[in-house]
Each structure stands twice: as C-alpha cells, then as structure tokens.
Design a protein around this ligand. Structure first.
Ligand code: SF4
Length: 189
C-alpha cells in the first residue's frame, strides 16, 4: 500500500512505494527496470477515447471526489503522440474502428490500452451489425474494466492494474519477439 502523508494544509498525499532494492544511509540501489517502471507508472498520460455514457463516468473519475490526479494521471492528452495510455470508453461502431486503430498506431511505445465498460470490451448490449464486438478485435488490450457503466472506483482499480503492469514491465519487452508477434497478430508492424 502507498504511504499516506499529510501536507502543511492537511491535504492527503499518497507517496509511491519505493522499488525493491538495496538501501543504506544516504543511498539506494535498484535496477534500471524498476526505476523506469516507477517513473512511468506514476506519470501516465491518458488519451480518453470516449464515445458515449462510459465517458461520463470517466469525467466523474477525473473530478474532485475521485481525483485521478492522486495517481499522477491527471494530465490528459488529446494527441496520440503525447499519450501512453489509450482509454477506450463507450460503444465503438465498426465505422469508427479504423479511426481507433489509427490513434493507437500513432502512439509511441511504450503504450498501454485500457478498455472501459461492456461496450468497449465486448459490444455490450449492442449485439448488432454496426457495433464492434470488442476493441480487442482490432488492437491489443492490457486491462478490461467490466460494468455498464463501471463506477469511478472500478476505473481507479483499472488504472491501478495498469500501474502494476507498467511498474513490472521490462524495458526490453517492446523489442521482444513475443511483443512483435502480438502486434503482427493484429497486422501492426
Ligand atoms: S457499457 Fe453501458 S454505460 Fe458504457 S458506453 Fe456501453 S451502454 Fe454506455
């Protein structure tokens, strides 16, 4: 659990856990993977790809009661080139599929994808000819959030799950044959 501290004006601040390593008076040693993972996990730049009602729940997650900024992810990006977490929220029509894929492809590595709600994850109640039955048909997904709509607490849990993935990811993963094979499975080079 992150350490909790109070500042001079009594607001609560969550201190990120220190990575595993070796420490003594005045120094701390850890691996590069862990140091980079710690920095990346606590400074995610989400790109909200919100098409319908789930997007409203995300707005609530950003607002003061839930305050996504407590996890270092309050800096939203509306340019794929300056984002590392694609959050897909809402019904994705098949016509919108190529747009979503283009946004994903324009994001630089390392990038993560969070699918929020039944519609993005599986088409939800819209089992029709025009709705994509899950975004993982066109792009790889790292974390799914169930629900219709998911509550902001679930969104926060999804972000925490992404943070765990980010913290524990090897900095070499994106160059690994397994990752290239995963992308190749989606026809992405
Ligand atoms: S999962 Fe439910 S709340 Fe979310 S976009 Fe679909 S219908 Fe709306």
């Amino acid at each position: 659990m992150p350490e909790i501290k109070k500042t001079f004006d009594n607001s609560i601040v969550h201190i990120a856990d220190m990575p595993e390593g070796y420490s003594g008076p005045g120094f701390m040693a850890t691996s590069l993977d862990k140091a980079v993972g710690l920095a990346r996990a606590n400074s995610l730049w989400p790109l909200p790809f919100a098409t319908s009602c789930c997007g409203i729940e995300f707005m609530a997650t950003m607002a003061s009661t839930y305050d996504l900024g407590r996890y270092g992810a309050e800096r939203l990006s509306f340019s794929p080139r300056q984002a590392d977490l694609l959050m897909v929220m809402g019904t994705i029509a098949k016509k919108m599929g190529p747009v979503l894929r283009q946004v994903y492809e324009q994001m630089a590595e390392p990038r993560w994808v969070l699918s929020m709600g039944a519609c993005a994850s599986s088409g939800g109640i819209f089992d029709t000819y025009s709705v994509l039955q899950g975004i993982d048909k066109i792009i790889p997904v790292d974390v799914y959030i169930p629900g219709c709509p998911p509550r902001p607490e679930q969104v926060l849990e999804g972000i925490l799950s992404i943070q765990q993935l980010v913290k524990n990811e090897s900095i070499r993963r994106r160059n690994s044959p397994q990752y290239k094979e995963l992308l190749a499975g989606y026809g992405i080079e």
